[in-house]
Design a protein around this ligand. Sequence first.
Ligand code: HSE
Length: 299
Amino acid sequence: RSVKAFAPATVANVSCGFDILGFAIDAMGDTVELVLKDEPGLVVVSIDGDGGKLPLEAEKNTCAVAIQAMLDELDSKVGMNIYLTKGLPLGSGMGSSAASAVAALAAANRLLGDPFEKKDLLPFAIAAEKVACGAGHADNVAPSLLGGFVLVRDYHPLDVIKLPVPQGLYCTLLHPHYELKTADSRSVLRDQIPMKHATIQSGNVAGLIAGLYESDFELISRSLRDVIAEPYRAVLLPGFYEVREALKSAGALGMGISGSGPTLFALSRGKETAEAVGEAGKKMFSKIGLEVDVYFSEI
Ligand code: HSE
């Protein structure tokens, strides 16, 4: 027996929501096919689309780690062959490792007769993120699994809340052609944040969430600001401030680093603005000598 599942790309953090906010981009993602084996053990048979960069060893592969965590919880010795097709570039900030883990879990759950509800798969996906990027953050896996815009209110115990999205809210993604590992872009962050930054950040998270509930685009725009991660990470991203100006001048409500980068995201009201923002970003990136892929989609 075999089962195939797809899981979407995600934008984590969404500026002010470091490790607690994310949304899904349904048009792009990874696909995992699982085939039941007669004997126990997880075998990563093939990975397509990664340029040979991802590990096939089960202890290091995100799909296998996620499925193993699930089998351990079930006390099951079922064996599976794993076939992963990457639709997402590695180290891009678009939740590539999360999409692989979530697709693997969705397929495994179905293969085993749905022993878990969707949201109960999250801890297994977080275990895989820990192996893939050294930190068990849930702001990619939660929206990849549940879809839409998601808040991770707490990790211990997990408390995940789906948020409403105003009609006509679009995301533009600008993906420059270089890799940045999440572990590296987490290593530049500080352990402590000044009280005044905590205050600014909480105000913006609350504002963004109120803006989503109220469909208040102006409030969403004012709230898309990050003072705890972006200032440290921007130094890893050539052209960040120039591109930020270009996106805002083209009408974006706001912008930021998608997850841990190097992809940048912008939110806009309406498709036309989202397209214009993509064009403006591409032009500015090319001025500084970087090629980018541009994607946009309604959230
Ligand atoms: N919240 C995580 C980070 C997302 O910013 O490191 C990584 O995609």
